[in-house]
Design a protein around this ligand. Structure first.
Ligand code: SF4
Length: 470
């Protein structure tokens, strides 16, 4: 300390017990000498995923194909078609395989989450194995500020590409923070179409999962699903107006519904399992070793938490933040309200013809899920899949279902927390079976784990107090 600065005695009250006057007294020791009070300390600028410089760059995607990870495969096919509708060539990455894991392991340190290893492996495979021309390729990896490591990964992928000599390959890292500026003037159109694609993908997945376990002839439900995805894809890739696209989609969904209704089924009393967990691993069938097919083969019917739930959750979070910041009278609030209304209208229109088919499978509204999860994980302090999975488990208990499978990557922060609260959730809900299934790319005895879990679910099914709505 310069000897001209006189150290004042520490204010009375002790650490953390003083008032703002104590801080004022403690700071300007130098002001006693110079007569100029030093500037008050300011919070440092926050830096999160949405602030990354490259996320906000205007991208030139002319002549390039944007490759999209599977989340799930059918949803990404539709999302890629949405890109094509605005003149950007979108495609899904090829199916994951051992090369995916090998390359993912090669270019990550081992500390990253398993989903990132798969995404990196799939992207690098396109460059190193498929040898796609670097001038013709771009990668899509969305980003967001959030409670876990997810926000790091778009930046990490950029760094890997730079270090491997591909600084020129664009990373399309959509961020809501800048109104998706990276994709240029078509952004509003793409966002509306992509929301419809998400809803259609969730609908098709639900139809598949409620039909496939009961089909008389193996493969018929999968065939109906594939035909449905390709029919929707053919509509999403056209440059239609919003009104025309909705008319085409609602007509197509009736045809898809009727194709599923035409699949001959056998009557069976299968336990109904809600599948929740970390969004990438539960939706990417390579990441989860096709766990739903294993559950079906062992005698279950499954329902998979879709992507729309996550979108509604991010909307709710936006409203919560704006309320906390006292910005209810702002333009941002008004825009969020209008966006929500448009999204609700689109979703209602797309689900319109399925009321009979989805009776007993009612989609939980996100505010309801947050309320159910609150005694265990209050949304104001906990974020991400952990809240949705916990609320979802209770919602399905209340619908009279028979168990919950939580599909998550090993060492996932969300999963570690849900695993800690699930025993209490189960105890307080009549011993409702909830089982974690962790994945990290190593081979475990999945069938054994599935069998043990389903035995619990069947026992619960026989003694449960809340009957399933049919
Ligand atoms: S949710 Fe889990 S797996 Fe996904 S980024 Fe966060 S910590 Fe990783």
């Amino acid at each position: 300390m310069p000897d001209h600065v006189t150290q004042k005695a520490a204010p009375a009250g002790g650490n953390g017990k003083g008032d703002s006057r104590c801080a004022q007294d403690a700071l300007p020791a130098e002001a006693l000498v110079t007569g100029t009070p030093p500037p008050a300390p300011q919070p440092t600028a926050s830096f999160g995923a949405d602030d990354s410089e490259f996320v906000h760059q205007e991208l030139d995607l002319a002549g390039r194909t944007v490759y999209i990870p599977h989340m799930p495969w059918g949803g990404s096919v539709l999302f890629a078609a949405c890109f094509r509708s605005i003149g950007i060539n979108g495609r899904v990455v090829p199916m994951g395989d051992s090369v995916t894991l090998e390359l993912g392991g090669k270019y990550t340190s081992g500390e990253e989450c398993y989903p990132q290893r798969i995404v990196t492996g799939d992207f690098m495979k396109l460059l190193e194995v498929e040898k796609i021309d670097r001038d013709k390729i771009a990668f899509l990896l969305p980003t967001a500020n959030g409670p876990c490591r997810f926000g790091q990964y778009a930046g990490l992928q950029r760094q890997i590409l730079d270090e491997q000599g591909y600084p020129d390959i664009p990373m399309v890292s959509l961020s809501s923070a800048d109104g998706y500026r990276g994709i240029g003037r078509h952004a509003p159109q793409l966002i509306r179409t992509a929301w419809r694609a998400i809803v259609c993908s969730d609908i098709l997945m639900k139809l598949l999962l409620k039909t496939r376990p009961y089909e008389v002839k193996a493969g018929q439900a999968d065939a109906a699903y594939l035909r449905g995805i390709h029919l929707c894809e053919s509509i999403f890739e056209l440059p239609l107006t919003n009104k025309d696209r909705m008319a085409e989609l609602t007509a197509a969904l009736v045809r898809i519904r009727d194709a599923f209704r035409a699949v001959p089924l056998r009557q069976e009393n299968r336990p109904l399992i809600g599948v929740v967990g970390e969004i990438f691993t539960r939706l990417n069938s390579f990441a989860n070793q096709e766990v739903i097919r294993h559950l079906e083969a062992a005698g279950a019917e499954c329902w998979l938490a879709g992507v729309a739930e996550w979108v509604w959750y991010t909307n709710e979070e936006q409203f919560r933040r704006l309320r906390e910041e006292r910005r209810r009278a702002s333009k941002t609030w008004l825009r969020a309200v209008l966006t929500k209304q448009v999204m609700e209208r689109d979703e209602r229109a797309l689900y319109e013809c399925f009321q009979e088919d989805f009776h007993g499978y009612e989609e939980p509204h996100v505010p309801h899920l947050l309320k159910l999860a609150k005694p265990y994980l209050p949304a104001a302090g906990c974020g991400g899949e952990m809240v949705l999975s916990t609320g979802g488990a209770i919602h399905f208990y209340e619908l009279g279902w028979d168990g919950i499978a939580d599909i998550s990557p090993f060492s996932c922060m969300n999963a570690i927390i849900t695993e800690a609260v699930y025993p209490k959730v189960s105890r307080e809900h009549d011993g409702f079976p909830i089982r974690m299934f962790y994945f990290d790319g190593t081979q475990g005895d999945l069938d054994r784990d599935v069998e043990i879990f389903l035995e619990l679910a069947r026992t619960y099914q026989r003694r449960k107090k809340i009957p399933r709505q049919m």
